[in-house]
Write a protein that binds this ligand. Structure first.
Ligand code: FAD
Length: 427
């Protein structure tokens, strides 16, 4: 996209084409106008259109241009935050509601991919949170205890079982979550867009929103060459917010995260890695993850931006890391590389904001937005369709709060990741 091969990397090379869309070049009206063509906006559009609403999505660049087209594709149940901490922050009502909703969220993603026949490499065979050392194992034991208390059937695996399921001896154990799975993220975004259009939604790409105004009891949403008038407005621009939606990005600290992929692995090597499907990531602070795509390419990701000195530091780290985790690969070359921005909030929880009368949006997914974005978009649709009220939403409405020293913290993450990936850094 935008002729930048480090923006969407492998996902752009292997996704089916996006459904055809046009630039908005007229003044139109709708029931709901949605700004942002990622999972949140597209899922809201799909469910609203299914509910009979006239809905228009305005996307600045292309479908899946933001985080939805660049992520690792781990469809996880729940957030990074441990369940007990989540309840401590949100209270029993919202905490339990959110945990319940997100526990079911991967199932919703896979049901949608099936229902609409999306070609997005959907694989519902779980994920492995992998322990590094004794402290990593202790962390996973605590997670397992908290999830089990809530009735989730997550399973703590020994080092031996982890090796058998992942193909690496690098971990002291793992937490297997059968609720989770993987997708090709850009293909899923394009699939959601196609499904929304099949249900009657209109999507305009290359249509950055430049103005948001109240016009009587409606919203007037302007782009450079057109406008949409609608009773309801959804802002779904999250970490990639630009122009009039920039304040949504400003309340987040961006954490850069990159991926590299190998060429398709030979059959014999391929069957040693994640032989039962799924994906893995570790318990380190500067964490890293791994998975295969449908063609058997190994994809590895970690914190860092592929620019400036980061480019060579992270590339070299990725090669060392792959050799260490999967020595069975022998000699290999990296085929693609790409990176994106994860929008972090101070308490690592997403936000539901109100932007005026009949104007709402979720943001701040902290690196867990595939399943949450899908169900949050659906919940916005249900609210607008009158199926639930605001008090039944997954999160309370909060004000935008800009964190202190945002720029400094972002620089710290970018430089810190490079330091952690130097050959002299502790393993
Ligand atoms: C590298 C990386 C790895 C990740 N890995 C995972 C993972 O494995 N699992 C997981 O669950 N989550 C993961 N995430 C998080 C997940 O990708 C996001 O939370 C999710 O994609 C957010 O979806 P969204 O629709 O809210 O926003 P986005 O997908 O970012 O979409 C926002 C859209 O709004 C558009 N936009 C912005 N401003 C305007 C404007 N003014 N007018 C019109 N359009 C505008 C943008 O162009 C963009 O397309 C990862 C994120 C990154 C960056």
């Amino acid at each position: 996209m935008l002729e930048d091969k480090r923006s969407h990397g492998l996902w752009e090379l292997s996704a089916p084409p996006a459904p055809p869309t046009t630039v908005l070049r007229e003044q139109i009206s709708a029931d709901v106008v949605i700004v942002g063509g990622g999972y949140t906006g597209l899922s809201a559009a799909l469910h609203l259109a299914r509910g009979g609403k006239k809905v228009v999505v305005l996307e600045a660049i292309e479908i899946g241009f933001g985080a939805s087209g660049r992520n690792s594709g781990f469809v996880n149940a729940g957030l990074w935050v441990m369940p007990d901490d989540l309840i401590a922050t949100l209270g029993q009502t919202y905490g339990n509601r959110l945990i319940g909703l997100l526990g079911e969220a991967p199932r919703e993603v896979f049901a949608l991919t099936e229902r609409y026949g999306m070609e997005c490499q959907a694989d519902h065979r779980g994920t492995y949170h992998c322990a590094v050392g004794a402290s990593g194992l202790k962390q996973l034991q605590a997670r397992q205890a908290q999830w089990s208390k809530l009735g989730a059937k997550v399973e703590l695996l020994s080092a031996g079982d982890t090796q058998a399921r992942t193909g690496t001896t690098g971990y002291t154990g793992s937490l297997f979550d059968p609720r989770a799975g993987t997708i090709q993220p850009l293909a899923y975004a394009r699939g959601l867009a196609g499904a929304a259009m099949t249900e009657g939604a209109t999507i305009h790409t290359g249509s950055a929103v430049t103005g948001l105004e109240r016009n009587g009891s409606a919203w007037l949403v302007r782009t450079a060459s057109g406008s949409v008038s609608a009773n309801w407005l959804i802002l779904a621009t999250d970490a990639y917010s630009t122009g009039v939606t920039t304040s949504i990005r400003e309340e987040q600290v961006h954490l850069p995260y990159f991926h590299v992929s190998t060429a398709p692995l030979g059959h014999n090597i391929r069957k040693t890695i994640l032989p039962h499907g799924g994906a893995g990531w570790d318990t380190k602070t500067i964490l890293s993850g791994f998975r295969l795509d449908a063609e058997g390419r190994l994809i590895v990701g970690s914190v860092g931006a592929l620019r400036g000195t980061g480019l060579s530091v992270h590339r070299a780290w990725a090669k060392r890391h792959i050799r260490k985790l999967f020595p069975q690969l022998g000699e290999f070359e990296l085929e693609t590389e790409w990176y994106g921005k994860i929008g972090m909030t101070p308490d690592h929880l997403p936000r539901l904001h109100s932007y005026g009368p009949n104007a709402l949006g979720f943001s701040g997914y902290n690196g867990r937005g595939i399943a949450p974005g899908t169900v949050f978009g659906r919940e916005l649709a249900r609210l607008i369709l009158g199926e639930i009220d605001l008090a039944s939403m997954p999160l309370p409405v909060s004000e935008i709060a800009i964190p202190a020293f945002r720029g400094l913290r972002e620089a710290y993450y970018e430089v810190g990741a490079q330091v952690a990936h130097l050959p002299i850094a502790p393993a």
